[in-house]
Design a protein around this ligand. Sequence first.
Ligand code: 3H9
Length: 692
Amino acid sequence: MTEVTPAVSESREGPVAVLTLQSGPVNALSAALREGIRAAVERAEADQAVKAIVLIGGGRMFSAGADITEFGKPPRGIVLPDLLNRIEGARKPVIAAIHGNALGGGLETALACHYRVAVPSAKLGLPEVKLGLLPGAGGTQRLPRIVGPRKALEVIVGGAPIGAKQAAAMGLVDEIAPEDSLRAHAVAFAERVVAEGRPLTRIRDREDRLAEGRDDPGLFDAFRRENARRLRGFEAPEACIACVQAACTLPFDQGLAFEREQFLKLVSGSQSAAQRYVFFAERQTARIPDVPEDTPTRPIAKVGVIGAGTMGGGISMNFLNAGIPVTIVETKREALDRGLGIIRSNYETTARKGRLRPEDVETRMGLLTDTLELEALKGCDLIIEAVFEDMGIKKDIFSRLDRIAKPGAILASNTSYLDIDEIASVTSRPGDVIGMHFFSPANVMRLLEVVRGARTERDVIATAMQIGRTIGKIPVLVGVCHGFVGNRMLAERQREANRLILEGVKPWDVDRVIYEFGLPMGPFAMSDLAGLDIGWSRETNKSESVRDLLCERDRRGQKTGAGFYDYDAKRNAMPSAVTEEIIATVAERQGVRRKAASDQEILERCLYPMVNEGAKILDEGKAIRASDIDIVWINGYGWPVYRGGPMYWADSIGLPKVLERLRAYEAEYGDAFKPSPLLERLAAEGKGFKDL
Ligand code: 3H9
């Protein structure tokens, strides 16, 4: 007989039954845990000697909520809403004792209790919206009854957790317990409730805080308007808002029923499936088959950054934000001063917006040393080169670094395209060389492509991945190839977008289709933002492409007030007749046949080659798994998370269909659309990238 560890352990402290949740690393509310709680609560209720019940989490936290792996499977055991109604209806006071996290169903469980105590470091939140869901166990009905609908909207639609002290200020937590004695404090609290004969406060019975929403029903539409841009394309936020609104208009039980109906709709929909996939995919990126989790890492106490331009400055800020000192090197004083000025003004802007304390601006700037001497990097544990994309310059820097850097220092390049192995070849320590490709703006974008060279040591890889996480990035390991994963796939889209406009599709129509699909902007708006003259110069100009001709006319993108689009003083983009004329000229010179394309064709021709390239990347082993590619696109390029990334999206369409369209375009346009052997094979076997 196998022994089953009970999901809930029961103990007694005088008249108080203490029920400790013990289920995996995060106390996810699986069927076993739900049943365990129900049984333990019922036993405690039936026991005459028990006067109050404390629910507390064993291990790291109270609970991270519903077990996400159960969604999409047939329901087992008591459902969470019923369990929580059962707890709320208990005839003895139930007290939630919270440490670590109380998230989603975890917080909903606490809300069903009659009282809540928490340690100061605890985090409380309803992050369901990030999984394409809504709090489906009473959260949308109970939270507004305790904090008011306005705050409830922020917490539920925002999805960000709040600290225990803030939660106490909102009335969500009744008492703050000392950090190291939660259990004893919660038991004492329970004893006091019993001794004083305090009532069983059931949130369901509270109406007072709902007045805010009843007196001002316009607040919901105002919230919708204020957040429209951020929430574009997502289904869950609107459902969350509708539920909070329902809390103000319907009796509690009807509100619960409405919430349940909305939850079931979302949980069976495609957006939540994609967002749940992304949740696990993000965690997968840390798993590298030949670099196990216990691989030793090198300590990183001091970082050097070469180049104080936009990238170098942004990269430095990440480390300063994490309290790691940075030495930043430039070749010219003016460039260095300009770079430092931008870093400072970025911090000051953040402080003005109230997102950074003014004294922290100085603390962070105080961690930054500026210098014109590369030798100053000799004490650094990690040196990141972020200079112009030129192999000659990079090789020169790395051969000098080889002489300067201390033994064991990690030498990283922020190159977006160049061959890390060639860069490493000029050093006597190629095992210490790695790519760390940040995305612009480097202090904001969460993606970090960690580029593994042929000879990069495993502990160097482990260290780069770990330091990436320390500075708040999502590091994804990729292999050496032109443009790595992200830019290599982007190049496919860019090429096809350019072909489309030569055929007569307007750039703004290509951009519109991509934007409506859910990306933040289309290829031409993106080019204008980045600057059309990256890698272009008047001297080497061949006047062959649309870009060449735009640059010749000084239409170099947003910064010059014109590029593919015309821009007004507020940088609003407007279609441009000049661009249309330039495109027509180039198309005629190149003899491109003009033809119309439907929105569907625009979408397929821009995105299917990316998927195809992703398949080649997998086939060549340049990405470990398809979901890593999805994480690159979501976090580096703003691929809509509710579509799960390009590879997941292709799976959801069905690879046979993608293959069929690629073949059709191949017949018309040639090799650019030639399906990759991997895609052919998976389609033939009726499989998807998810099955690799
Ligand atoms: C919900 O509650 C719906 C209800 O309203 C309605 C129901 C009717 N389930 O992240 P970590 C796994 S929806 C299953 O590395 P950390 C995770 O995959 C839920 N598994 O730890 C990982 O597994 P592995 C709303 C989960 O310390 C391991 O646990 N709640 C769940 O960096 C450790 O996780 C949320 O959205 C889960 N709920 O971060 C919260 N949570 O070791 C989701 C985690 O195999 N969770 N796992 O890779 C989190 O945000 C973070 O896990 C947390 C801890 C901040 C709690």
